[in-house]
Design a protein around this ligand. Structure first.
Ligand code: SF4
Length: 218
């Protein structure tokens, strides 16, 4: 979708009285959709899944982008304290059971938000993974929510061109070789032969946190 098409669709949802929200991981590529949304209505809530395991650089970028675009950012956190996020051997779940760790820190905190909204504006791109390639622009999600995927056909080049056009900043870790930045224990620097998202859950036989595999109706 073009920028104007995205804006028109958001305005159309609003005209229908739909309750909209978006989520953001505040990475370099996230800023394009946030910029577009802010130009339509910067009161639309931007939920940030603050797992407690994020890089300080990401928290700093969240604050900078939020202030620059005047966003309505809201942190979401698990109700389960970190001291309880350990298995029977005392290992933190991100070591012994990363799927469970993502579930309690990402998927579960978002369920309340789904239950109180109609439209989830979501910045997934088809070129990020096979699962995302199969997605549609609109797709149903639990709690009767419609996921709206306006960035599906965007790619690294179009993201770069948009950022350049509007002089938008980048996450400070990108220049150090981190192109997909998630939680600190589950993110590594990218090697030249790797794809963008290969740097996440490296060696863990895991490619998604569950937000785009569990909170979506197939
Ligand atoms: S990305 Fe890693 S640390 Fe973050 S919630 Fe998932 S398993 Fe836990």
């Amino acid at each position: 979708m073009t920028t104007e098409e995205i804006k028109d669709r958001i305005l159309s949802y609003k005209a229908q009285g739909k309750r909209l929200f978006t989520t953001s991981s505040f990475q370099t590529h996230s800023i394009v959709l946030l910029h577009i949304i802010s130009e339509v209505d910067n009161s639309i809530p931007v939920y940030f899944l603050n797992t407690g395991y994020l890089f300080p650089e990401t928290l700093k970028f969240r604050d900078e982008v939020s202030a620059m675009l005047g966003l309505n950012v809201k942190d979401l956190q698990s109700v389960i304290p970190k001291s309880m996020q350990r298995d029977h051997e005392g290992k933190l779940f991100f070591v012994s059971d990363p799927d469970h760790c993502c579930s309690i820190n990402k998927t579960q905190p978002l369920e309340n938000i789904l239950a109180s909204h109609d439209i989830w504006i979501n910045g997934v791109r088809a070129d990020q993974s096979a699962a995302r390639k199969a997605m549609k622009v609109e797709q149903s999600a639990p709690f009767g929510v419609t996921r709206f995927h306006p960035m599906l056909q965007w790619n690294a080049k179009s993201i770069y061109e948009y950022r350049k056009k509007y002089n938008l900043p980048s996450h400070s870790m990108e220049s150090k070789g981190y192109f997909s930045v998630g939680c600190e224990p589950c993110t590594r620097r990218i090697d030249p032969q790797m794809q963008e998202r290969d740097s996440r859950w490296f060696g863990m036989n895991k490619t998604e946190c569950g937000l785009h595999t569990e909170l979506i109706n197939k």
